[in-house]
Design a protein around this ligand. Structure first.
Ligand SMILES: CC(C)(COP(=O)(O)OP(=O)(O)OC[C@H]1O[C@@H](n2cnc3c(N)ncnc32)[C@H](O)[C@@H]1OP(=O)(O)O)[C@@H](O)C(=O)NCCC(=O)NCCS
Length: 263
């Protein structure tokens, strides 16, 4: 539509009869040529990234797809499913349970990491010293540091792999170092090991990639939507309607452990 005084502007997708262009690229040309991570970068940042960045972004999405029926969002989606809700309502219920302490810690963690790196630069001190100072502020305000601690894992396998992939892509820098400095700082401060969780790792990697804070939690929401579909569908097809769903009482009966190399 040509611009007039009554139009408003969008720079994301241009749709004409028989032609759809995402940030200028024909969507049918992108299909089969770029992976979802690259296309997501194009959508959010306006440019197609190098393949290694796309791979890292796809890895972020895979890392957070699902974490079993005990995760608060899966529990919410299953409860909705057990009442007979349609798929859209089940997914929406699950997404509404993604908040500061579950899946929505990415942005707050990234903001804390930026504070640590900023302080280290300003005071010309080590990241450890800066982390200790920032953590002292959290402690005095009795606020938990987002991105650290986990109900199940003491060493989250997703964190190690994301950092490994970032290093392989030559994208591991000061924010990932700051994340590790906060983890050790928390242990120095409290005597407790509060491991970097997947939200924290994603926050650090997205900072390295230059994403703005405001979109960061969207990565978890996007990824976990896939898991919520699976959880809701399984609830609907395998369980009694309106059953009492007690978290932690489930038993896994899917395929046994297997390796991707055997595919
Ligand atoms: C994820 C989380 C809820 C798991 O908690 P948990 O393992 O059940 O641990 P608890 O809530 O029982 O806390 C145990 C102790 O560690 C402290 N603690 C836990 N996570 C902490 C954090 N991120 N920062 C500071 N202290 C923390 C608690 O205050 C508590 O201290 P206390 O024993 O003196 O009261 C918790 O670590 C947290 O709130 N983390 C921050 C939010 C976050 O990153 N969420 C994403 C999870 S993937």
């Amino acid at each position: 539509m040509p611009m007039t005084d009554n139009t408003w502007n969008t720079a994301i997708t241009d749709v004409k009869a028989n032609e759809i262009r995402l940030r200028g690229y024909r969507i049918d040309e992108l299909m089969g040529r770029v992976d979802f991570g690259q296309a997501l970068h194009l959508l959010l940042r306006g440019e197609l990234p190098e393949e290694k960045v796309g791979r890292l972004m796809t890895a972020i999405l895979v890392s957070s797809m699902d974490h079993g029926p005990g995760a608060p969002s899966a529990h919410a989606a299953r409860n909705a499913a057990s009442t007979g809700a349609p798929l859209s309502a089940c997914v929406a219920s699950g997404v509404l349970a993604i908040n500061r302490f579950h899946g929505g810690a990415i942005e707050d963690c990234a903001r804390a990491l930026e504070q640590v790196v900023g302080l280290a630069d300003e005071k010309e001190c080590s990241l450890d010293t800066a982390a200790d100072q920032v953590l002292a502020g959290y402690k005095s305000r009795k606020v938990r540091v987002s991105g650290f601690g986990h109900r199940v894992h003491t060493a989250d396998p997703r964190t190690a792999r994301l950092f490994e992939l970032a290093a392989e892509a030559g994208l591991a820098g000061r924010y990932i170092e700051a994340c590790k400095a906060v983890e050790s700082g928390l242990e120095r401060q409290s005597g407790k090991r509060l491991p970097i969780n997947v939200d924290g790792a994603i926050g650090a990697v997205l900072l390295e990639l230059g994403f703005e804070f405001e979109v960061m939690n969207g990565f978890f929401i996007l990824a976990r939507t896939a898991g919520l579909i699976a959880q809701a569908r399984e609830e609907t097809t395998r369980e009694r309607k309106m059953r009492k769903i007690v978290p932690g009482t489930h038993c896994y009966d899917g395929p046994p452990a297997r390796e991707t190399e055997n595919r």
